[in-house]
Design a binder for this molecule. Structure first.
Ligand code: 5GP
Length: 192
C-alpha cells in the first residue's frame, strides 16, 4: 500500500520485470480510466453494477471504496498463482490489507511512504490527472494512510525509485528465505 501518487506503479513494474517468481495482481475498479491507462493492464475497468456483481458472486479476495470509487482483487488469479508457487503483489489500500490479513496470515504487508507530504503533493499535481477537489481529497487520504504505516511489516520510502525497488526486492528475497519457502530442502536431511 501507499498513498495515491507515491509511485507504486513504477516500483511494482520494476520489481515484477526482475523476477520470474513475482506477479502483479490486476485489480477491478469502478473508477474512470485515466489518460494512458490500459484496460486489463492497469486495472479491469468495470461499471459499478458489474463491480457489485463481482462482490455478490464472491469473486473478490478483498474490496474497498476509496475516494468514491470501488476497487477489488480478483480471487481466482491470486489463488492460481499462489498455488503455482508465485509471489503475488497486490497494490491495495489500508482497508484491503486489513481484509487480506484476516484471510491470508502469510501475506506480507509493505507500505510505501513519500519522502514528505509536500513532495507527494508536488507529484500529484504534476500528474495532471485529478482536479483540485480530487487532489485535496487524495492528500487528506494520504495523511490518514501514512498515519497507519505502523500497522505494516515493512516501510519502503520512495525518494529515489531505484533505491525503493532495491528495498522491495530485498524484502521479497528475505521472505523467500523463510522456512515455508525452503522446506523442500529439509526433506533430504530428514530422510537420512
Ligand atoms: P488509484 O485510483 O490512484 O489508481 O488508486 C487509489 C487507491 O486504490 C490506491 O491506494 C490503491 O492502492 C488502491 N487500490 C487499487 N486497487 C485496489 C484493490 O484491488 N483493492 C483495494 N482495497 N485497494 C485498491
Amino acid at each position: 500500500s501507499g498513498p495515491s501518487g507515491v509511485g507504486k506503479n513504477t516500483l511494482l513494474n520494476a520489481v515484477v520485470a526482475r523476477s520470474e517468481r513475482v506477479r502483479y495482481s490486476i485489480s477491478a475498479t469502478s473508477r474512470a480510466m485515466r489518460p494512458g491507462e490500459v484496460d486489463g493492464k492497469d486495472y479491469f475497468f468495470v461499471t459499478r453494477t458489474a463491480f457489485d456483481a463481482m462482490v455478490a458472486g464472491d469473486e473478490l479476495l478483498e474490496h474497498a471504496e476509496y475516494v468514491g470509487n470501488c476497487y477489488g482483487t480478483p480471487k481466482s488469479y491470486v489463488e492460481r498463482r499462489c498455488a503455482e508457487g508465485m509471489h503475488v503483489l497486490l497494490d491495495i489500500d489500508v482497508q484491503g490489507v486489513h481484509q487480506i490479513s484476516e484471510n491470508r496470515p502469510d501475506a506480507i504487508r509493505v507500505f510505501m511512504m513519500p519522502p514528505s507530504l509536500a513532495e507527494l503533493e508536488r507529484r500529484l499535481r504534476g500528474r495532471h490527472t485529478d482536479d483540485e477537489q480530487k487532489i485535496c481529497e487524495r492528500l487528506a487520504q494520504a495523511r490518514r494512510e501514512c498515519a497507519l504505516a505502523y500497522t505494516y511489516d515493512y516501510i519502503v520510502i520512495n525518494d529515489d525509485p531505484d533505491v525503493a525497488a532495491k528495498e522491495l526486492d530485498a524484502i521479497i528475497t528475505a521472505e523467500c528465505c523463510r522456512y515455508p519457502d525452503r522446506k523442500n530442502y529439509f526433506t533430504e536431511v530428514l530422510e537420512k
